[in-house]
Design a binder for this molecule. Sequence first.
Ligand SMILES: Cc1cc2nc3c(=O)[nH]c(=O)nc-3n(C[C@H](O)[C@H](O)[C@H](O)COP(=O)(O)O)c2cc1C
Length: 213
Amino acid sequence: MTPKALNDHLTWRYATKKMDPAKAVPQEKVDAIIEAIRMAPTSSGTQPFELLVITNAEIRSQIAAAASGQAQITDGSHLLVFAAWDNYTADRIDEVVQLNVDARGDLPMLQAYYENLKAAYLPRDAEENYTHAARQAYIALGVALVAAAEQEVDSTPMEGFDPEAVDAILGLKERGLRSVLLMPLGYRDTAGDWLLPMEKVRKPREAIVTQIA
Ligand SMILES: Cc1cc2nc3c(=O)[nH]c(=O)nc-3n(C[C@H](O)[C@H](O)[C@H](O)COP(=O)(O)O)c2cc1C
C-alpha cells in the first residue's frame, strides 16, 4: 500500500468535536506527536514554550470547565497544553546558547548572535516577548496537527479557553509560563460527531494566493 500523501492526511484530519471516550491513543503515537513538537522550528531556536501532557481525568475536567465545557478535553485520552514563556530572560537565552555549544562547539559568532538577541529582547515589554513566544508555540501546534494526522490520531486545536484559569489549574504562573493552546488527542466518535460528515470549508486558491512572476 502506498503511504498517504501529506495533503491526504490534511484532508482526513478535522477539528474533531466528539471523541470516543472508550478509545485511548497508544503511547507510541503520543510519543511521535511529542517528538514532532520538539523538532518544530522556532525563531532563533529558543523553543520558548513547554508542553504539558495530561491524562489525569480530574485535571482535564477542571480544564474543560475553563474551556466552555468542550467535551473533547475529557473524551479524548490525552490533553496537550502548549505553555509559552511569560518573558525572555538572560538565563533562558543563556540555556539556549549552552545547548548550541554542547551540540556544535563554541562557534565564532554564536555568543555575538545571542548577545544581540538579548539586547533586542530583554528591554522589551514582557507582554511583547510573551506574544512572540506564543507565536512559536503556534508553529509547533501546526506541526503537531500534521503529526497527529499522520498517526491517524484525531485532535482539536483550541484557543477557546480561559488562559488565566488554566494557568491557575496547572500552576503555570509560578513556572514563568502562560497557557496558549490546548490540543486534545483521541479518536473521533464516528456516529456522534456532527462535523464528521460535513464538507471541508476552505477558500479557493485564487483568494489567498497572489502569483508574482
Ligand atoms: C488556533 C486555533 C484555535 C482553534 N480553537 C478551537 C476551539 O477552541 N474549539 C474548536 O472546536 N475548534 C477550534 N479550532 C478549530 C477551527 O475552527 C478549525 O480548524 C477550522 O474551522 C478549520 O476546520 P478543520 O480543522 O476541521 O479543517 C481552532 C483552530 C485553530 C487553528
